[in-house]
Design a protein around this ligand. Structure first.
Ligand SMILES: Cc1cc2nc3c(=O)[nH]c(=O)nc-3n(C[C@H](O)[C@H](O)[C@H](O)COP(=O)(O)OP(=O)(O)OC[C@H]3O[C@@H](n4cnc5c(N)ncnc54)[C@H](O)[C@@H]3O)c2cc1C
Ligand code: SF4
Length: 512
């Protein structure tokens, strides 16, 4: 892969002073939703500028060190957490391509029952499978989405498949946006073969070829508006680590399209004093907190081989959880291993024999909020409360995972849950999980799927954007990131975020 891929993209080294540009539409954020929206607008003949706070990251920048990747590529050095009981770690990538650059490429369509829920609870009656299917089709075709082939599954994924078969639970190879994946399991640290069709190697270069202008290292700090309509944005130029250079970029635009992500968009709106008479911006944040169990098998599993997340079961979506396989660099898995020093080292020694599978939860009652911090920081203040009424869902999801591990032949399980033994043996079966008196603060959760911080809806009193993703209280300012989803999409959110962005950007272009 040569560097011509990024020809025409402005990088940190290219800024020599302040700049002022103008265009039809400025898109803020180059993650899955921003990239698809920008591509769609350019494809419709509009003059588009895409702004991204992070740098371009090339294969020569990749490292297998997960902790280093986390620190270099994610906001707040990868140490971002949602405050609450328990604290729930979360992360957002600051790089060209956003989350698609570090994620596992999982692409799943949201089931219709979920859109029914969006309609019944939030009055969103303009999105369902029939309206989104053509957009799912188009995005999937562009990105080469398909099921993970058998020859790159590796044993961690095969064991999951075999356990589901043994228990009569539906499962399937993971649909992913990859072309020619070799199963090296390095999706988080950076796909070395560039098989993963992240936005930085797919939609963005294609849109640049069609005439889009891209400015990386440009962190938007204000939306220009007069209280009634938006007219552009102001950005500061930051180096790859986020330090301001002293230069500024101003963009005048007929349309401002926010795709900065579910946590960054509300902060930008709040810091820009955008009208919000009903205090809806940042309210009602939802997430998919997930919990992974580590199973230890008698024979080597070699979990570092095989598609990072190559198998899934959608069997329990209506019950509020999804089960899937998982792998992450050892430095990140350390949070799931008990002990320190010698004991931690002993568990690291067992990694070869282990598999990590997770359940993530679409919780009905748990919610949070995003607030801007005072002062100059654009890092969000995020609170999220796991509601006790959601504990039975979490408990069932963990029991089902444990059942799978025993069916697969695991000898021991490391649950990492307060009140459940540190190591659960096969002869103990499901008892320790079933008998546990679980409370939210007993469970080690992490959430990489976030949404609903700037909901779409018909009522300005209970939502932020209208059916065209335009702010109820600020004309010419639209949001297309996952924050607009009124509620959980039940499955991994990227594909639905992209399909929505594809549809909305087309509508925005038509109305210009
Ligand atoms: C480790 C990990 C694995 C995941 N795996 C999957 C998966 O396999 N499948 C799936 O469906 N989902 C997955 N997700 C979730 C998925 O990646 C996100 O839902 C998705 O990236 C959201 O897209 P987005 O465009 O809304 O925001 P983002 O991807 O977060 O993109 C927003 C972009 O905006 C930029 N930005 C923010 N603020 C500013 C500003 N002020 N100025 C300029 N630019 C700004 C950011 O730097 C970022 O690049 C994963 C997430 C993580 C963290
Ligand atoms: S498993 Fe390896 S080759 Fe496949 S998409 Fe992930 S990083 Fe790329």
């Amino acid at each position: 892969m040569t560097d011509t891929l990024y020809d025409g993209i402005i990088e940190y080294k290219d800024y020599t002073g302040n700049r002022r540009e103008s265009c039809d539409a400025v898109v803020i954020g180059s993650g899955p939703t921003g990239a698809v929206a920008a591509w769609q607008l350019v494809d419709r003949g509009l003059d588009v500028i895409l702004l991204e706070a992070g740098p371009v990251r090339r294969p020569q920048d990749f490292t297998l060190d997960g902790a280093k990747t986390l620190a270099e590529v994610c906001y707040e050095g990868g140490l971002r957490a949602m405050r609450g009981k328990p604290m729930v770690p979360t992360m957002q990538a600051r790089v060209l391509g956003g989350g698609s650059h570090i994620n596992s490429a999982i692409c799943v369509r949201t089931p219709q029952f979920c859109f029914d829920d969006w309609r019944e609870r939030y009055g969103v009656d303009w999105v369902d499978r029939a309206t989104l299917d053509p957009h799912y089709d188009r995005v999937e075709a562009f990105l080469g989405v398909g099921p993970t082939p058998a020859d790159v599954l590796g044993r961690k994924n095969e064991l999951f498949r075999d356990a589901c078969n043994a228990l009569g639970i539906h499962s399937e190879p993971m649909p992913r946006n990859v072309r020619g994946c070799c199963g090296c399991a390095e999706c988080f640290t950076g796909c070395p073969t560039r098989a993963k069709q992240s936005m930085d190697i797919s939609y963005i270069p294609d849109a640049v070829r069609k005439g889009m202008r891209v400015f990386t290292s440009a962190q938007v700090v204000a939306i220009d508006h007069d209280g009634r309509q938006a007219s552009g944005v102001r950005a500061i130029i930051v180096d790859p680590s986020g330090r301001p250079s002293g230069h500024e970029l101003r963009v005048d635009a007929k349309k401002v399209i926010l795709a900065a992500g579910c946590l960054a968009t509300p902060v930008l709106l709040q810091k820009s004093n955008v009208p919000d008479p009903h205090k809806q911006i940042g309210k009602g944040l939802q997430a998919h907190p997930g919990c992974a169990l580590m199973g230890i098998f008698p024979d080597p599993v070699d979990p570092w081989f095989g598609a990072t997340q190559g198998y899934q079961s959608l069997e329990y979506l209506r019950d509020g959880f999804k089960m899937e396989t998982l792998w992450a660099p050892p430095a990140i898995l350390a949070v799931r291993l008990p002990g320190f020093g010698k004991r931690l080292k002993e568990y690291y020694g067992k990694l070869r024999y282990s598999a990590f599978w997770d359940s993530f939860f679409a919780l009905k009652h748990s919610q949070g909020r995003v607030r801007a911090r005072p002062g100059r920081s654009f890092n969000p203040d995020v609170t999220y409360r796991v509601d006790r009424r959601d504990i039975p869902t979490i408990k069932t999801g963990l029991i089902k995972l444990a059942e799978l591990f025993w069916a697969a032949g695991a000898e021991e399980l490391l649950p990492g849950i307060y009140g459940v033994p540190e190591v659960v043996t096969r002869d103990q079966g499901l008892r320790p999980f079933e008998q546990a008196d679980l409370k939210p603060e007993h469970i080690v959760l992490a959430a990489t799927h976030l949404f609903s911080s700037t909901r779409m809806g018909p009522d300005p009193k209970t939502s932020v954007v209208d059916p065209y993703a335009e702010l109820h209280h600020l004309k010419n300012c639209h949001i297309v990131d996952t924050g607009i989803m009124p509620r959980s999409p039940a499955v991994n959110p990227m594909l639905t975020g992209m399909a929505l962005a594809d549809r909305l950007a087309g509508q925005i272009a038509e109305r210009m």
